[in-house]
Design a protein around this ligand. Structure first.
Ligand SMILES: [Zn+2]
Length: 424
């Protein structure tokens, strides 16, 4: 195998499109890394293609001469590919640089080098990848964009959508928002664009197309009108699911509104314990005697001497007649000083009556009456009243009860229980 073929294989260049025509290892000098420079050209017979769309296009000119692409390092040395960059005339894109098999359009790096750097940026970050490969952060950023654009061109994220979520996310400072669409089945972002209005959501449905929009079954979103309106327009069959965060917020706001309406109708304050006690006090009018006393249901109290002859109001707790308050013309004149205490509670003060016992449903009086009726009926059935009027009634009654009082002297004997019953 020739040296150039070995080198081509080591560089990972495609044999059917690229030929290595030369190489040179340049010394980095003074501790710097060596640089392997490799000249390549397109294989004869391979037709020129548009660098933008990849379509076959006729040759236009040789362009600006040689171009360089940074390639994956070769051991300790950096590597550079050099090739002519002719231009083609694309029917669609006009005059443009022809496609090279080992690099993406409008890039100073080979495809393999870009893939490696982007992988490092994904597993670490762009700055670390830039330092690792000795390039700028901006170069890494542009690589990520090119790789992502190429990848998105190979797959269709909007294919087979059934359940999606639409929401907005804030970015940078100020009111800058992105409208983001996610696929619930994969949990991935499938579409995003600047802005948060109906036009932004319509742009998504434009990209989705009517046919695929008709396949949507569920769309979750917040309560934003600009999202729901467009969903109703473009995906009428989809069920709109509102998130619980906003639902709970709306319910709380509605409760607040009701509470604000009811607050003016509520009593401003509850009565204090002192006011409640005052409401349950009794009062009576008395005239203060010449000795500056008043009497209340047998109790005597001494009051202010200035009140002699005045009609005062005596305020007291009906269950505690040992302390009374004296009021004159609506003003309190202090407590009356007890002189004689005969009663401790007002004669009309009655503790709250115990509740009446629940009726048992048994008519005890009726039961007694029935029993008494039965006894009388039994007794009357055993007495022959017709024979009570006969001259020898005593004998008949005695015979009826199988007694043998043959002695007529016993007729006045009051021990005869039957006669007693009849007298009743
Ligand atoms: Zn083109």
């Amino acid at each position: 195998m020739r040296d150039n073929s070995v080198l081509r294989k080591l560089l990972g260049l495609c044999v059917s499109t690229v030929v290595v025509v030369g190489r040179e290892l340049r010394d980095g000098g003074d501790g710097g890394r060596s640089n392997l420079v490799v000249w390549v050209r397109r294989r004869v017979g391979v037709r020129g293609r548009c660098g933008r769309c990849g379509g076959v296009a006729p040759w236009f000119d040789n362009g600006g001469g040689e171009r360089r692409w940074r390639h994956i390092d070769m051991g300790m040395a950096t590597c550079e590919l050099i090739a002519e960059a002719p231009r083609v005339s694309c029917p669609e894109h006009g005059v443009t640089v022809a496609e090279v098999a080992f690099a993406r359009h409008d890039s100073a790096f080979s495809r393999a080098f870009e893939d490696l750097v982007v992988f490092d940026a994904i597993v670490s970050n762009k700055l670390a990848a830039a330092r690792r490969h000795g390039i700028s952060w901006r170069a890494v950023d542009h690589m990520c964009i090119r790789v992502a654009t190429e990848a998105l061109g190979r797959i269709d994220l909007l294919e087979g959508l059934v359940a999606i979520a639409v929401d907005e996310v804030k970015y940078k400072k100020g009111h800058k928002y992105l409208t983001v669409v996610c696929d619930h089945l994969t949990g991935r972002v499938i579409w995003a664009a600047k802005g948060r209005n109906k036009e932004t959501v319509r742009a998504f449905f434009d990209a989705l197309g009517e046919e695929r929009a008709a396949q949507l079954q569920f769309v979750t979103c917040d309560g934003a009108e600009w999202i729901r309106t467009v969903i109703t327009e473009r995906a009428q069959q989809a069920i709109v699911c509102l998130d619980t965060f906003h639902l709970i917020g709306w319910a709380a706001a509605a409760l607040d509104e009701v509470r604000r309406e009811l607050v003016p109708l509520l009593p401003t304050h509850l009565p204090s314990p002192a006011a409640l006690h005052e409401a349950f006090l009794w009062s009576e009018i008395r005239t203060v005697t010449k000795t500056a006393t008043i009497s209340l249901h047998g109790n005597t109290f001494e009051v202010d001497a200035a009140l002699v002859g005045s009609r005062v109001e005596v305020v007291f707790d009906p269950f505690d007649l040992e302390s009374v308050e004296i009021r004159f013309q609506g003003r309190s004149m202090g407590q009356g000083i007890p002189v004689t205490i005969g009663r401790h509670s007002h004669p009309q003060a009655r503790p709250e009556a115990a509740p009446a016992p629940a009726p048992t449903g048994i008519d005890y009086l009726g039961l007694l009456a029935d029993r008494r009726e039965a006894e009388l009926a039994e007794l009357s059935g055993s007495i022959n009243y017709a024979q009570l009027t006969l001259p020898d009634a005593e004998m008949q009654v005695g015979a009826a009860h199988d007694n043998t009082p043959t002695d007529t002297d016993n007729t006045d004997n009051t021990d005869n229980t039957d006669n007693k019953e009849i007298q009743l």
